[in-house]
Design a protein around this ligand. Structure first.
Ligand SMILES: *Cc1c(COP(=O)(O)O)cnc(C)c1O
Length: 465
């Protein structure tokens, strides 16, 4: 006779919402996926989303909005100037991020463009805790050079440092000494460093960056795209921060910076939008003048009134502790499942994504045969799950030498959209990763057959070797 299993002694948590509207997803056959990936040049960015089953390409603009946000869409004030929704957005940013002025933009890179144009002169140097693709490109287009000052642990996928996004303070001091503060318009501080695997920055480190830069009169601008997720990790991991509301931690973190760029498509739970924020009135005057040239009037910046309303409401929802715990809890659920099976992933599990270590998985492939690009393609072929390369293709070429940049991290990112997929979807993803992992020995590399000039990872095409 079978004995019943023992009663559980754990208590599960669940998402703080229930589903009201559903969107069907489509299962494809292996033959259909074979044809689709070939047509897409082995680049998951070039797949049609109709051919994708579970879409983990990005958490950018892929969040599910709440009923309150959808209701807000009906309250859009589409006046050309001075829309009431702009003021709601401004109020939300002031209340939760604490900055005095905001300039709305169509998305994060619009804010990066304006900030780079205003602050960077040719020959300037911008230190930051690891590059981000669009951020660095705008810095370079303005004549600046990005210098990485992240701690060395960030480049080691196996390091369990709790704040792998931290700035290397000695490294930053060296960059300041070498170039002089007058060549450094600002330090770019990423909250939860995307390219390092979604790794956070501690409050203590942000304070130290503030002290060091203040001595030299250098500004700090944050990439606040995932600053709420960063605040949650501080609450979980930093001594003395347990039990503090995420919203309070977020505001303190922001107070250590002079302003931020924001992609509303991430933390703020909307499908499009962004903003640039700052405390300096003169800088605001310049930015609100320039936004008119590139984005739209300074009270809409490329967004409809309804988009600004949805984002104002999304900001309030995004800083609630139960929301952010469930959001990151789902990412950790997937990550810990893979760790349990011995599959190489970046540790600790990041805030928005699980990063597969393609260098370790395809250890027979040299980096210039694009192991992460191939791993993402294999995952799609296996199950229709779409992921993204974050390795040599994303790193691009060095503008000075024209060679590939060879980043130490060669990763595939499984990015989890907010409030979109269930735990059962995460199980399907984990099982597909396991299947691809078990077939790793026979997988060939790729060669690049088409290479765009800017941000090549979006549109490059490949063929198997
Ligand atoms: C997405 C992202 C950006 C750019 O924002 P967009 O809205 O895509 O233009 C900048 N920084 C980080 C860290 C991001 O993840």
């Amino acid at each position: 006779m079978n004995q019943p299993a023992p009663l559980p002694d754990r208590r599960s948590w669940a998402e703080p919402w229930k589903v009201k509207v559903v969107e069907p997803v489509r299962l494809t056959t292996r033959e259909q996926r074979d044809a689709a990936i070939r047509e897409a040049g082995w680049n998951t960015f070039l797949l049609r989303s109709d051919d994708v089953y579970i879409d983990l390409l990005t958490d950018s603009g892929t969040s599910a909005m709440s009923d309150s946000q959808w209701a807000g869409m009906m309250l859009g004030d589409e006046a050309y100037a001075g829309s009431r929704n702009f003021y709601h957005l401004w109020d939300a940013v002031r209340e939760y991020y604490g900055y005095q002025y905001i300039v709305p933009t169509h998305q994060g890179r619009g804010a990066e463009h304006i900030l780079s144009r205003i602050l960077i002169k040719p020959g300037d140097v911008i230190p930051g805790n690891m590059y981000f693709t669009t951020t660095r490109l705008h810095q370079e287009l303005a004549g600046g050079t990005f210098v990485d000052v992240i701690i060395p642990e960030a480049h080691d996928p196996a390091s369990e440092h709790p704040f792998k996004g931290n700035v290397d303070l000695e490294g930053l001091a060296r960059v300041i000494a070498e170039h002089g503060p007058e060549r450094i318009p600002y330090v770019c501080l990423h909250a939860t460093v995307n390219m390092a695997g979604g790794q956070p920055v501690s409050l203590e480190n942000a304070r130290a960056v503030r002290e060091l830069t203040a001595k030299h009169g250098i500004r700090v601008f944050m990439d606040a795209t995932r600053a709420v997720e960063n605040a949650y990790f501080i609450q979980q991991r930093e001594p003395g921060q347990q039990g503090r509301p995420v919203a309070a931690i977020l505001k303190e973190f922001c107070s250590l910076t002079d302003g931020c760029t924001m992609s509303g498509k991430k933390d703020p739970l909307v499908n499009i939008g962004g903003w640039l924020a700052m405390n300096d009135e003169t800088l605001y005057e310049e930015a609100s003048n320039l936004v008119v040239v590139f984005e739209g009037l300074h009270t809409y910046g490329g967004m409809a009134g309804r988009d600004m309303e949805a984002m104002a409401r999304g900001i309030v929802e995004s800083v609630q502790d139960d929301h952010i715990r469930a959001r990151i809890g789902q990412v950790e659920y997937l990550g810990h499942k893979l760790i349990g099976w011995g599959i190489p992933v970046v540790k600790p599990i990041g805030g928005h994504a699980v990063y597969l270590d393609a260098r370790a998985i395809y250890d027979h492939l040299p980096q210039d045969q694009f192991p992460a690009q191939m791993l993402a393609a294999q995952l799609y072929l296996d199950s229709g799950v779409r992921a993204m390369e974050r390795g040599i293709v994303s790193a691009g070429r060095d503008p000075a030498t024209g060679d590939h940049r060879y980043p130490r991290l060669e990763l595939v990112r499984l990015t989890i959209p907010r409030r979109v997929y269930t735990q059962a979807h995460m199980d399907v993803v984990a099982e597909s990763v396991a299947a691809v992992y078990s077939q790793r020995a026979n997988t060939p590399g790729l060669r690049m057959v088409h290479e765009p000039k800017y941000l090549r990872f979006f549109q490059a095409r490949f063929e198997p070797l």
